[in-house]
Design a protein around this ligand. Structure first.
Ligand code: SAM
Ligand code: SF4
Length: 322
C-alpha cells in the first residue's frame, strides 16, 4: 500500500502520454506553443508500462491516461491493452478532447478501456471555436456519440468562463442528462499558460445558474474524488470541481506522471522527480524508490486559494494532464 507523508493512501496514477494537442484551449495552452518536448525525449510505452507495473504492484488501482491530447499518440490502444492484460480489474480511464474519438473509440474499448471523460465547453460551434481556437464542435459531438455507442462510460468535463460560455451551463447540463452522462463543471484554475484576463465561474455561481431552473441537493463527495456531487429531483447527478476550496486535498489519492517521465506529487507545484533513468535501465527497485520519495514529499494542499487572490501555477495543464 502507498502512503504519503501526510498519511493519505495513494492509489490513483494519472499518466500523460503527450503534451502535444490539436486544440489550443484558452485556459490551458498558448496559441503558439514555444518548443514542444522533442519526440525522442518521450518515454516509450514500454518504459511507461514498467513504471505502471511497479505502481500497480505497490497498490495503484486506478489509472487515467491523459495529455495534452492522448489520442494524438499512435498505438494508444496497444498501451491500454498492455495495462489491461497486466491487471484487468484496474479502473482504467482516459481524458480526451474527443476530436479523434469517432475513429478510435472502438479499438480503445476493445483494448480494455472502461471509462472516458470528454471535454466539452460549448454546444455552439462559434463558442467552441473561440475556446479551443480550432473548429472542433462537430467532431467532438460525433466522438461523444461513438464512445456511448461502443459502451464506454462517458463523463463530460466543462470549464465555465465568464462572458464566454457561462450562458451554456444549463444547456450543457441538459445535453449531458439527455444522453445519461454525468457532467462535471471544473472551476477555471489560474495558470501562467492561460490567456490573460480569463475569469472562471465559481462553484457558487454555477449552482446559482442551475438553481434558477432546477431544485437539487448536495450528495457530497465520493471518497477521494475532487468533485462535489449534486442531485436533481429526478435523480440525475452532476458534479462541480472547486480547487479553490481545498477540501479534496485532505484525501487526495493521486500522483501524476508526464510523458517525459517526471513524477509529480501535486498539480499545483513545480516539485517532481524523474523516473526516466530507472525505467530506461530496467531498474524496478530504482523506480519504486522514486515513487516512494515523491510520495514522502507530496504537499499537504494546493495553493489555488480564491480567484480574487489571483494565484497562478507555473505548471502547464497540457503537460501534467490536468
Ligand atoms: N486534452 C484532454 C482534454 O482536454 O480533455 C486531456 C488533457 S486536459 C489538460 C484535462 C482536463 O483539464 C480537461 O478537462 C480540461 O478542461 C482541464 N483543464 C485544462 N486547463 C484547465 C484550467 N486552467 N482550469 C481548469 N481545468 C482545466
Ligand atoms: Fe488540449 Fe486538453 Fe489543453 Fe484543451 S484542455 S488545449 S484539449 S490539453
Amino acid at each position: 500500500m502507498l502512503i504519503d507523508g501526510h498519511g493519505r493512501r495513494v492509489s490513483y496514477l494519472r499518466v500523460s502520454v503527450t503534451e502535444r494537442c490539436n486544440f489550443r484551449c484558452q485556459y490551458c495552452m498558448p496559441e503558439k506553443p514555444f518548443s514542444w518536448v522533442p519526440k525522442e525525449n518521450l518515454l516509450s510505452f514500454e518504459d511507461l508500462f514498467l513504471f505502471i507495473k511497479v505502481g500497480i504492484d505497490e497498490g495503484i488501482d486506478k489509472i487515467r491516461i491523459t495529455g495534452g491530447e492522448p489520442l494524438l499518440r499512435a498505438d494508444l490502444d496497444k498501451f491500454i491493452k498492455m495495462i489491461n492484460d497486466y491487471k484487468s480489474d484496474i479502473d482504467l480511464a482516459l481524458t480526451t478532447n474527443g476530436f479523434l474519438l469517432k475513429e478510435t473509440a472502438k479499438s480503445l474499448k476493445d483494448a480494455g478501456l472502461k471509462r472516458i471523460n470528454i471535454s466539452l465547453d460549448s454546444l455552439k460551434a462559434g463558442v467552441a471555436m473561440k475556446i479551443a481556437q480550432r473548429d472542433v464542435l462537430v467532431k467532438v459531438l460525433e466522438g461523444i456519440d461513438k464512445a456511448l455507442h461502443v459502451g464506454l462510460g462517458v463523463k463530460i468535463n466543462t470549464v465555465p468562463l465568464k462572458g464566454i460560455n457561462d450562458d451554456e451551463v444549463l444547456d450543457l447540463l441538459e445535453f449531458a442528462k439527455s444522453k445519461s452522462m454525468t457532467i462535471r463543471y471544473i472551476e477555471y484554475m489560474e495558470n501562467r499558460f492561460a490567456k490573460d484576463k480569463l475569469q472562471g465561474l465559481s462553484s457558487q455561481e454555477i449552482k446559482d445558474i442551475i438553481s434558477k431552473k432546477y431544485s437539487f441537493k448536495e450528495v457530497g463527495r465520493i471518497a477521494s474524488s475532487p468533485a462535489h456531487l449534486y442531485e436533481l429531483e429526478d435523480g440525475y447527478r452532476f458534479g462541480i470541481i472547486d480547487p479553490h476550496n481545498h477540501d479534496f486535498c485532505e484525501d487526495c489519492n493521486r500522483i501524476r506522471l508526464t510523458a517525459e517521465g517526471m513524477l509529480i506529487p501535486c498539480l499545483y507545484f513545480d516539485e517532481a522527480m524523474s523516473i526516466k533513468d530507472a525505467v530506461q535501465s530496467g531498474d524496478v527497485q530504482g523506480a519504486a524508490n522514486v515513487l516512494k520519495e515523491v510520495l514522502a514529499n507530496k504537499p499537504e494542499k494546493n495553493k489555488w486559494t480564491s480567484q480574487s487572490d489571483n494565484e497562478t501555477s507555473q505548471r502547464a495543464f497540457y503537460e501534467t494532464g490536468g
